[in-house]
Design a protein around this ligand. Sequence first.
Ligand SMILES: NC(=O)c1ccc[n+]([C@@H]2O[C@H](COP(=O)([O-])OP(=O)(O)OC[C@H]3O[C@@H](n4cnc5c(N)ncnc54)[C@H](O)[C@@H]3O)[C@@H](O)[C@H]2O)c1
Length: 331
Amino acid sequence: MAYFLKEMKGARCLVLGGLGFIGSNTAHRLASLGADVTVADACLDPYGWNFANVKEIREKIDFVKADVRDKAAMEAAVEGMDCVFNCAGQVSHLDSMTDPFLDLDINCRGALVVLEACRRKAENAKIVYAGTRAQMGALRKTPGDEEQADNPADIYGADKWAAEKYHLIYNSAYGLRATSLRINNTYGERHQMKHARYGILNWFVRLALEGKEIQVFGDGSQARDYNYVADVADAMVLAAQKGEADGKYYLLGSGKETRFLDMVKAVIAAAGSGSYRLVPWPPDRKAIEVGDFFVSYEKIRRELGWEPATPLERGLKSTVEFYRERRTEYW
Ligand SMILES: NC(=O)c1ccc[n+]([C@@H]2O[C@H](COP(=O)([O-])OP(=O)(O)OC[C@H]3O[C@@H](n4cnc5c(N)ncnc54)[C@H](O)[C@@H]3O)[C@@H](O)[C@H]2O)c1
């Protein structure tokens, strides 16, 4: 591992969306480094909030139920914080197309409310934004990198793109230190396992563990890039610790292009059960499909030293073990 995370004893950290997948894993990492962690979440369905996600650290953290769109709640939450991790969001690509105003409200207005709250009440805090690969849309060349023009294919990607820009503008115009990580397809412990609206690899883990059939759209030959969630949580914390990251955005990736169908086969192998079948693309999914997507993580490796530590097979093994043991908390 090329990077080293510093102890954070006494550092006051707020994790927005901290009961969800990326947020709770980030909260775990911060707690392990000794930070004083506050988790804030609006507990909105159908998103991934789950108190089981913070079960092991519940005694060490504070929890506040708060919505990122609520100005007074955000001002109260950010006051006195050293770091703010914004992992709260509307996260479904499909839902952003059927309910674009909800996506706009949470992903754009919500991000601005948080930034304004920081500008007014926590001007010295470092903000790390959970951006997404979806901001880029279809790649013009593979592997993708930060130099390519962005061309989001859905409302979710466009709104997250705008939210990332807000962060960079608050950094340049107001000196509010902010970094955005464009998170790739992430899998692992503490994801919602109740529906297939987003986080499809995790959903397949459930189907495989239940011995069910996984439907693969088309021929499954499209390339994807999968990161294990502990590596992503490390990147979030590293971005907070590194001053060089201020005012910048970085792509996360695995350094490995994986065909969708090979991912499905790896899930079935890790679970030791399940099967798959090729089916035609549903039109709503086909309309926002971007084709081969994998990226270079060279910029974050070069500037911050981050590298993904967990290969797919090893990450899947831990993931399968986790849900096998804690099925009743997630199904
Ligand atoms: N999981 C991935 O593969 C992935 C990939 C790219 C980007 N991201 C980004 O990471 C962030 C977290 O995603 P996730 O995968 O952890 O999803 P998740 O559904 O597990 O977590 C999102 C959390 O945000 C909370 N939330 C939603 N709206 C809120 C609001 N208005 N106010 C406060 N809390 C609210 C939900 O209750 C939930 O706990 C999102 O911004 C998403 O765009 C995730």
